[in-house]
Design a protein around this ligand. Structure first.
Ligand code: CA
Length: 236
């Protein structure tokens, strides 16, 4: 397997160097850029396999960089992990809404970083927003889209149309966090009458019905929800 190229856009040189060091040690080609403008230019020039993007950056902030990458057909599907300080939770939600694939809050450990980078690369073209079709199998959970049926082991799980769509959206992208707004827009979409727009209520109902698998829908504090990635050792 050829080495994957990861670009780091981060203005704090200490953090940038630690990221580069740890990624190189894992066999990645890693390069750092200190401003949003330099980072964006490098992304367009080098077409990396993944970008780690700080939000608070000189010249161009991270959200703008994210937006411009997604708007450029030559690089629009580049996976992006945004990094930010904990206090910038609303920016993380904006970032996910602009198509970032995942996020990390500072401080994070090198181990968490590497796990996250590998998970996002594994997911591949994670920016495609539509859930998968036909059938999703995650451990004991089977979502049969055509038959609109969910089973856990031998047991059939009766879900409402809204609950089904939410579970389908989350389970299509294990490990990826979605904000409530994204779930409303993407999972439920247009043409669907949602009586109760309170996502939390629906999620609670899905969890209850999933029984022993209730924990597979994780609450991402300050952000929204995600389906636990069965291959990730990340704890939350
Ligand atoms: Ca910064």
């Amino acid at each position: 397997m050829s080495s994957k190229r990861v670009l780091i856009v981060e203005d704090e040189s200490d953090i940038r160097e630690i990221l580069i060091y740890n990624l190189r040690r894992e066999g990645f080609i890693a390069e750092g850029y200190a401003s949003g403008r330099e980072g964006l230019e490098a992304i367009k020039r080098l077409k990396p396999d993944l970008v780690i993007l700080d939000l608070m950056l000189p010249e161009l902030d991270g959200l703008t960089v994210c937006q411009q990458v997604r708007a450029d057909p030559s690089v629009h599907s580049t996976p992006i992990i945004i990094v930010s300080a904990k206090e910038e939770e609303s920016d993380i939600i904006l970032g996910l809404g602009l198509g970032a694939d995942d996020y990390m809050t500072k401080p994070f450990s090198p181990r968490e970083l590497i796990a996250r980078v590998k998970a996002v690369l594994r997911r591949g073209q994670a920016v495609s927003d539509g859930p998968q079709n036909d059938r999703i199998t995650i451990g004991e959970l089977v979502i049969d889209v055509e038959r609109h049926e969910v089973t856990v082991g031998d047991e059939s799980i009766p879900l409402t149309a809204t609950e089904f769509k939410l579970l389908h959206q989350l389970a299509s992208f294990p490990g990826r966090a979605f904000s409530r707004e994204q779930l409303l827009n993407r999972a439920l979409g247009e043409g669907v009458v949602v009586v109760d727009r309170n996502i939390d209520v629906h999620i609670r109902a899905v969890r209850k019905k999933l029984g022993s698998l209730a924990d597979s829908i994780e609450t991402v504090r300050g952000i929204g929800y995600r389906f636990a990635d069965p291959r990730s050792d990340r704890s939350s």
